[in-house]
Ligand binder design. Sequence first.
Ligand code: ZN
Ligand code: ZN
Length: 404
Amino acid sequence: MKLIDSLVTQAAGIAAVRRDLHAHPELCFQEVRTADVVAAKLTEWGIPIHRGLGTTGVVAIVKNGSSPRAVGLRADMDALPVTELNTFAHASQHAGKMHACGHDGHTSMLLAAAQHLAKHRNFDGTVYLIFQPAEEGGGGAREMIKEGLFEQFPMEAVFGMHNWPGMKAGQFAVSPGPAMASSNEFAITIRGKGGHAALPHTGIDPVPIACEMVQAFQTIITRNKKPTDAGVISVTMIHAGEANNVIPDSCELKGTVRTFTLEVLDLIEARMKKIAEHLCAAHEAECEFRFHRNYPPTINTAAEANFARRVMAEIVGAENVLVQEPAMTAEDFAFMLQAKPGAYAFIGNGDGSHRDMHHGGGPCMLHNASYDFNDDLIPLGATCWVQLAEQFLQGPKAPEGTAA
Ligand SMILES: [Zn+2]
Ligand SMILES: [Zn+2]
């Protein structure tokens, strides 16, 4: 493994920052202390920063030479509403909040890269280091873009990285095409007519309509979309009724839809709406159908994903740069990839054996209360960031208009 020496030397100091962030987790758009820590470190290293984009976002600007070229590197800063089961020294000090997705580690890897890039300046151009809020459902990336991220800091491409438990530490995965799915929510209200459960003919029972609807939705997956296209419909909540002997007035269904393309998403949404409304009509009930598109699919552009693979192979060897199997989870870096070419990569977090004594009894998996980020990744992830930035700025510029 070819790590950058100075990143190995400074790793312990950055790991201490990571553990401090882990002990003080903050939820979506509340990353005030975290942004303060990030800003203080960057300022200590003499790096100009811009604060407050998307509420708590921080952008560090590391410039060198005269080239107008620029590239963006992004980390997320927010924690999750999870009660940590680990009781080691750096466990969360805030009940009900936890860095269970490793964003403390992502922030730290990018800080380490910022420190190195500012000190060594072995490039010609500008590296923008983006520390974003609210990845976990808040769409912090979307908010930063809305507030002018790419106008204020024009960059040719943007890269993101997430730790991936179960993949070995020392391995990366990134591939062209979909990395993660679009995430969408629906809520359907079936309005029937309540009445005595022993006299069903006097009312319109919404419960059997809901049951038919759940079954019918699955035919969209098996009969309407192409079998080779990925898509998930999960009805995760059905709420109706209060008594054994009363037919309820209404029934509410909620759930999530995941797809890798907007075409499949359009199809699923349209078919769900039609099935819901027509099933209700067939039973003389009323239907209220709501569908909300939360995060779009995270799609890596081919040139940037393949470029990242080459850079990673130089660091860990080609055999340790895996094909990225697309995941049906979602990621708000998708918004950045809708605006700019780029790639979202995974960095192996290992099997959990890195965890300190007194970790929780659960697995070291994302969003698990026994999870912890693997500090060994700090010099590796930071080496990858530095190499990506330096080599991107040296490489050929993509012709105007080819990126999308
Ligand atoms: Zn997460
Ligand atoms: Zn995450």
